[in-house]
Write a protein of this length. Sequence first.
Length: 255
Amino acid sequence: MSTDEYRKSKGINPSVLSSGDTLMHIRYAKDHPKEATPDMNLGSALHLALFLPSDYEKNVFVFEGDLKSDKQRVAYEDAKCRYRVVIRESQKEDLDGMLAALRANADVKEILEQPAKVELPCFSDKTGVQKKGQLDRFGMFRNYPTIFDLKKCADASPKGFQRQVVDLLYHMKAAFYLDLLSEIAEADRRFVWICVESKAPYPVALYEASDDLIQMGRAKYKRIMESYLKAKEENWWPAWHSGIEVIENPIWNKG
């Protein structure tokens, strides 16, 4: 199954559940999918270069124009139609830097040496809800079945990435994917983030989601999914609250 076919397939995935702060935002995001940003395209290019190097050349195009003229803009739009991922020439240095740093990391090298499924689509309706997910990489690592998620980030330090995990709901995605695979075939699995900073010197760090973090993510995605399914059934997508709510003076504003 291609990436486009997966995106068009039916099912709830973590991207839907984490696309907004309220059900109204989630519904809007689902009905109005955003075009990939340059930063997202850089992440996609890195994913292909690291995990599917044989597919990189035919799927990634480095655009060398400046988009200042109509001719350049037309050429850019044409490239987007012909290639899965288009990045700007100004991004190529960071792409090459991140890729070199990842390939030089001993743990990443060990991961890449093991047989694995890449961009693995998964589906399950075992719980009565059609769920889906596409795993970056899934395979054995040190005799343990492991889901790997590649993340480029501004700060790959333990505290820095920990904040990103919580702020961007990475732990919710991890729990969702682990549960999705368990619905397909029950087994103990690990979830590991492969992190690389997006600017020189491109430090690399690997982190495994703890049991506590997974439990928090699981509770969150189940709560949001339950609300989402109820809203879908009733066709009522609320925002923050109903009625009039009192706003208190915040602590930081008290003299």
